[in-house]
Design a protein around this ligand. Structure first.
Ligand code: ZN
Length: 415
């Protein structure tokens, strides 16, 4: 009754053109450089937590031959605005920023977003990564994170002025993101599930799908890790507890008499780096927590009991060796697989034309035409005004303003 023609609008949180990758932070700058190597000619954002890190990272990238500009709220207003303007107008530019950047920014061809620090929640991660690929073309998001992030974020929550109830919510939001970082299955599925949306998994567009993670039965290791926390009185942070597990004799382990304990060296068959990963995963599983009021001491949570009693098995993901190649789905590579050799050469020629026009008009290139339109030019090769008008993104006024310039490039191209 009166419902004919009513439409139900459903909006999915899924961003199928974005591929996700989250890695354990090991040598963050080198890892970032390897990620950016897949994005020559592209623009993107690198998010850092602190202003100092933004400036250091931008300066370092420039030294590595990557054109990078900084953006944070503490900068001189004129410089900040100029950097933002350059990012909007130019291609092949890396903007290193705090989260202050991005509000109200709608650059459609941001091809990558990298995080050098862990955001505070899945919502923040989703929003920040969502600035990539608004034009619908393949884009990559990447994050390097480690235990230090978990400690730092936790401290920010604990030392913030919020009421206890709010702090509890913030902690659970942080843990939800941590669980996505440590998942051994599809990241897209995990992200969508956080927003109450189901996804079959195996998306083919995240690192865990492209290169499935191996898991190992870590029940024995988990029991040792939890025992080491318990036996040392739940008073120490990860570094010290790992020292106890691997039997590292040093001033601190001796001073506290930990070298005399049965648990000392009980985990020496496992590398320190793997133990670090074990503790991150125990945190993500909610079996332990970090007490920031006690200088980052690890404390056991209720669920630890079931592991001690062997009522609960624990599986850990195997971290990939840091040197291992990244699974490949670089936006660049993706575009080249869409465009054949000669189409790709034409696309580059069209892009150069667009850059020249944009510069002369002092507008961002996508205002002239988005990448999607240039790709259609390169593949469909319109030869007349009428054919140009048949391509998505070309209207009468753009045809009049830019049509001939692009036709000239297409007609002059003998690919
Ligand atoms: Zn996936």
């Amino acid at each position: 009754m009166g419902l004919n023609g009513a439409k139900i609008f459903t909006t999915s949180f899924d961003r199928p053109n974005i591929s996700y990758e989250i890695v354990e932070r090991d040598q963050p700058r080198q890892q970032l450089l390897r990620f950016l190597a897949g994005h020559k000619g592209n623009s993107g954002i690198v998010y850092c937590l602190s202003r100092a890190k933004v400036e250091d990272t931008a300066e370092w990238l420039n030294g590595q031959g990557i054109r990078a500009l900084a953006y944070h709220a503490g900068m001189d207003r004129a410089v900040r605005d100029a950097n933002q303007d350059a990012f909007l107008k130019e291609e092949d530019l890396c903007l290193v920023a705090t989260v202050a950047f991005g509000m109200g920014i709608d650059k459609p061809n941001v091809r990558y977003v990298a995080h050098l620090d862990l955001p505070g929640s899945v919502e923040a991660y989703y929003q920040e990564t969502g600035r990539a690929g608004r034009d619908g073309l393949p884009s990559e998001v990447w994050m390097a994170y480690g235990m230090a992030d978990v400690i730092q974020r936790g401290r920010m929550i604990d030392e913030g002025g919020a009421a206890d109830e709010i702090k509890r919510v913030e902690r659970s939001k942080l843990n939800a993101l941590l669980a996505i970082c440590e998942t051994a299955s599809c990241r897209r599925q995990a992200i969508l599930s956080h927003f109450g949306e189901s996804h079959a998994g195996n998306c083919g567009g995240c690192d865990t799908c492209l290169k499935p993670v191996e898991t190992w039965d870590g029940t024995d290791a988990a029991i040792k890790a939890l025992a080491a926390i318990y036996r040392t009185g739940e008073r120490f942070g990860t570094g010290h507890v790992v020292d106890v597990l691997i039997g590292n004799v040093n001033e601190k382990t001796e001073r506290f008499g930990h070298t005399e304990m049965p648990v000392f060296g009980a985990g020496k068959d496992i590398a320190a780096r793997t133990w670090q990963s074990v503790f991150r995963q125990l945190l993500a599983m909610g079996l332990v927590r970090v007490d920031h009021g006690a200088f980052g001491a690890l404390k056991l949570e209720e669920g630890a009991r079931a592991v001690f009693k062997r009522e609960r098995e624990v599986f850990f993901r195997k971290d990939r060796p840091a040197s291992e190649r990244r699974p490949k789905r670089a936006a660049q590579a993706e575009r080249r697989s869409v465009l054949s050799g000669s189409d790709d050469a034409l696309f580059e020629a069209l892009r150069a034309e667009r850059t020249a026009i944009a510069r002369s008009l002092s507008v961002p290139p996508y205002v002239v035409f988005p990448d999607t339109t240039l790709i259609a030019f390169a593949t469909e090769r319109p030869r007349t005004h009428k054919e140009l008008l048949g391509i998505s993104g070309v209207g009468q006024s753009k045809l009049e303003r830019y049509g001939d310039a692009f036709l000239e490039v297409i007609l002059g191209f003998d690919g």
